[in-house]
Every structure is written in structure tokens, then in C-alpha cells.
Design a protein around this ligand. Sequence first.
Ligand SMILES: Cc1cc2nc3c(=O)[nH]c(=O)nc-3n(C[C@H](O)[C@H](O)[C@H](O)COP(=O)(O)OP(=O)(O)OC[C@H]3O[C@@H](n4cnc5c(N)ncnc54)[C@H](O)[C@@H]3O)c2cc1C
Length: 492
Amino acid sequence: MILPSDDKKLAPGTHDLDVIVIGGGISGLSTAWWLAQSGLKVQVWEKKNRPGGKIKTDIENGFRTEQAASMIMNFKSEVDQFFTQSGVEAYKTKRLLKAENNRYLINQGKLQPLPMTITRLFFSSMWSTQGKFRLLMEPFIGKAKKHNETVTEFITRRLGHEFLEKAMEPLIAGTLASNPDLASARHVIPRLTALENKFGSITAGIFAHKIIGKRTARDPESFSFNGGMETLPQQLASDPKLGFRENIQVKKIIRHGPHHWEVQASGPDGDIYCKARHVVISSPADAAAQLLKPINQTLSELLENIEYTPLSVVHIGLEQSAVKHPLDSAGFLVPRDEKNTAKMTINGNLWMSSIFSNRAPEHCILLSSYIGGARQPSAINLSTQESIARVLEDISPLLGISAEPIMGRIDKHQRALPLYHGHYPEKLKAIEEQLRILPGLHLEANYIGGVSVRDRIVSSKKAAEKIIEQSVLRHESFQVININHSLIETPA
Ligand SMILES: Cc1cc2nc3c(=O)[nH]c(=O)nc-3n(C[C@H](O)[C@H](O)[C@H](O)COP(=O)(O)OP(=O)(O)OC[C@H]3O[C@@H](n4cnc5c(N)ncnc54)[C@H](O)[C@@H]3O)c2cc1C
């Protein structure tokens, strides 16, 4: 829709705006947060009536459920910096010890603890002798000859088929809703491919880091927040420096020249517009494609072609006494062979009330299951009743459930997650090439740089650094502070 210029008003607080961010999910909010730290003037416009995008916490019959991300798994120092400096650290809640000790996997139709150390793995009956010896071969396997391997190709070549099917496939399907046969290794398991690139093998890389005492990352830490994941976007959006505004749907982006952009939107007070030197689009790829169609058809088509997968999250609340299993873990994953053989619907089951306190009423438990994804996209069409029934059918015999749930809820996402499938490095390269001819336009969302909340925070820092660098080079801003807190330009 083209808004007649005399019908729209300049949005309040947008005079001399450095950056307008479209979309108030975690990508948009964290980009705005990094930018605001540098002294740039920012606003975030979000079409919904709340910040957070996919991230949303609900309370149903006293059970605290998550629509999308249920926890953050971090090992990156810039994520620590983000939480400490934003003050969101104060709301963090750590994983309960109960969930730390075991990991379960379905093996031959049963729930079995995964061996957590190399020694245990070698004594475990879950792994075949051949599979164990194949793991030992890893340091002697040569580097990839093919440029863009899939996860399946990379893992099978380095660690063997059994490791793919028992460890990597369930992880990729359960946490990313993706298919390792199609997913780009470089984008989905970047730490493993980087070890091979640098050291020739994963084992050599791990040993080298140990010997030289160099850690690329610290020990992983999983956490959420007392009030649920929604606390994160809510706290960020409440910082006035981010200029977060809800109920504003961006309708049109106009390019007036390099670093001279106009954004038109409709909001509660009618049609508005703003002008800014930089536009960051943090919406999902299809919404970005629509906005960019009149500006750059090629870029719009590249974004339109990014594949997303549907996924449903099924939450079940039960009386503790109705469940035999001690639920002494974070939950379990289902390998595809097991899913096919036993005709199961779920990809994985998280024992939320074992992971964090404050997720279920006293003497009750909360279990959240994932159904659909690239493995079975049609599962999104199951009704609420059917979805709950299928999940109960799968988990009841495994966990010894003997009574009806006291709470059942389903969160459906038609376009849950982008799939890093196909020739993803080439796709991203083509997107970058188009962006190079549109100075001041940036894309920062979960189809670039990883889908996890951790990756979103890391990736948004890089995006912000790029904008800050360009602002300094162009002397756009009077005073710009490096996000790592040194002054990089002072008033003339
Ligand atoms: C079921 C599920 C489980 C997950 N579990 C985990 C987990 O446990 N841990 C983890 O780290 N990650 C997890 N993730 C991934 C993570 O939650 C998402 O990748 C991340 O939240 C996406 O953030 P985003 O800001 O890129 O996109 P979104 O959250 O989709 O935000 C985009 C925003 O743009 C807005 N928008 C769109 N168009 C416009 C417009 N024209 N004008 C204004 N605003 C617009 C939208 O309303 C939306 O708010 C999970 C995801 C799903 C779906």
C-alpha cells in the first residue's frame, strides 16, 4: 500500500534517527540494544502488541509454558556481556541440578540414559563395537573434498553412521526441527566444521585446545528467567534507549539514496513515517521479502525462497503421583529410526518442571513435546485433541503415566524456524551481494547466523558493529562509543 505523503505523520522521537529496526523479536531488540550502547539513536517498530516475537510465556492452570524458546544455552562471552550490562542477568534462573546429570534417548523402544563420558560410551551397550571403533578412527580421516557438505555427509565421514543416527540426527531434528540430510554443515554445526578446517580433525582440535590451554568458549550454561523466557524481551523493551514501539506495522520502505531511508507504517494513531540512515529488517524472511519487493526484486526473491518448517509444541501438565519415572533429566530425544519403527509422533520431550523451578504448581509436573518440523511437517494439521492424544500415546508407556493430564495446551507455529537447507552458503552470499548495493540496509534475523537466542545475540552484535563502523566512517553520529566500551569518535 502506498501512503499519500500528506496523510502520514512523522513518528514521535524520530527526528535525526540513526537506525530504525523493523521487528521486536529477540533479533531486533538485541540489535537495538547493542546500537544504543554505542550512543546511536534507535527505534524498534513491532507490529504485535508486545515485544518478543516468537518468544512468549503463558500461564495455564498454574503451569508456565513457553511458545518457542524455553531456555538459553550459552558458552559465549559476548552473551555474558549482553546479560550483565543490560541488567537482565538479575532475572536469570539456572537449571536445577536434577536436570544436569542424565540425558535420555529412545533406543530399541526404551528410554535409555546416554553415556555422558567417552569411558562410559565405550562400556555402553547402546553403541555397537563397530560404531565405537569408527569413533576412534576420527583423527585419521582426511579433510572434506566437497565444498558444501550436509550435516549427514560431514558427520558420517568423520564419525560414522551410528553417531549420525544416535546422536546428531536426533539433536538436529529435536532442537532445530531440521533434517541433517539437507542441512548445511557449515551453518548448522559451525564449531565442528571449524575444528576440522583448522586442525584437520575434531579430536585433534579438542586436544590442541586442551594442550595450549586455549578455550574457544567457556563451559556451557543453560538458563531461563524467573517469569519465563518472556522476561528477556520485556526487560529489553522497557529500556527507553531502545525506543521500542508496539502495534506499529511497517508497510513500506523507500530508498532516497545511500544511507537515506524512509519507513512508512500504520499504528494506533494512524499512518506514520520516519527517516533514518540505517534500516535493520528483523522480521522473518517472508515479511522482509514483501517489504523489499519494490526496492530489489532479486533480494526479495532470495528471501522468499528461504524455507521454513512448521512445528507444534504440546504442553502436558500432570499430578506428580501420576508419573512413575523420576524425571531426573532435561528430557529425551527420539532418533528417526525409532520414531519410524514405533510410529511415534514426537521428536523430543522436555521435562520442564525438572529443568526450572516455578514451571508447575506444587506436586505437579510439566512436560513439553515437539511435533512436526522437517521430519513430519503435516503434524501441524493435527487438532489440539489429536496432538495431545498422540503425545500421550508416545510418552505414557515410556514414563509410566497412569492418569489423565490436568492441563493440555498446544502452540502451533506454521513458520516456526528457517531451515538452513540446500546450498545455504551460496544463498547467503547472494543476499550479501544484493545488500552491498543498498548501503544502509541490513538484515538481522534468525535465517542468518543461527536460530538460537544465543546466536541471535552474537549475530546482532556483529550487525551493530557493522552499522557503528559505517556511522563512524561517514561521520553520521557526533559521538559513537565502541560496544566494547572505548570511545571511537569524540565530538569534533
Ligand atoms: C518451538 C520453538 C522452540 C524453540 N526453542 C528454542 C530454545 O529452547 N532455545 C533457543 O535458544 N531458541 C529456541 N528457538 C528459536 C528462537 O526462539 C527463535 O529463533 C527466535 O526467537 C527468533 O527471533 P527473531 O527475532 O529472529 O524472530 P521473531 O521472533 O519471529 O521476531 C520477528 C518480529 O518481527 C515482527 N514483524 C514482522 N513483520 C513486521 C512488520 N512489517 N512491521 C513490524 N514488525 C514486524 C513480528 O511480529 C515479530 O515480532 C525455538 C523456536 C521455536 C519456534
